[in-house]
Ligand binder design. Sequence first.
Ligand code: HEC
Length: 186
Amino acid sequence: MKASMLFAISLTVFSTAFYGVRQTPQQSVNYQKLGDSLSLKAQQTLISNLMGAIEKGGAAYAVDFCNENAMPLTHSISTKRSVDIQRISVKNRNPDNAASLFDKKILDLFESNSLKDTLVRVSKGYVYYKPIKIGMPTCLQCHGKPKQDIEAATLKTIQRKYRFDKATGYAMGDLRGAWKLAFPDK
Ligand code: HEC
């Protein structure tokens, strides 16, 4: 990526960060608002399914459940609109959720201040990001400290399904990653 392009992108990020939604004349849809509501819906869907799975078969069973359903559930929210919904992280569990170089800049921004969310103009559309935090003790059953928070059977299942798992060692309130919603220009 050229330096000038990076500069333009960071400028957009920072202007979005400090001045809220960057409404350009072409932007007929409020993507920040739409991103907020779609990511909230996706989050609620994932959490209610996760809680149901833990209740049904415990945390180790729920790992299998997430392994099979997290992606399809996330994608199901995007079927009605032309939007690509993802969860990204620097310390990802699923290799498909690895943060890109640009994602990492946004995550750094979320790490260093309490920004609620941000909208970025990219060459092909808009990208909305919202932080995902370790917001409840349940998260620690699979993302906390091995042995201390994560039971042996759960850890075993995680390691069996995700050979390169990086998503442990978190504590309450930590930034776990972000929702990333890409809205392509029509
Ligand atoms: C029962 C175990 C379990 C619990 C509890 C759990 N997760 Fe996860 N989490 C997983 C698994 C498994 C994946 C990988 C899903 C996939 O393959 O797409 C994952 C993936 C994620 C990701 C996507 C990035 C990545 O690392 O792949 C985020 C973000 C995340 N979890 C946040 C949370 C938060 C926040 C909580 C608490 C509300 C939570 N998780 C609770 C098992 C769990």
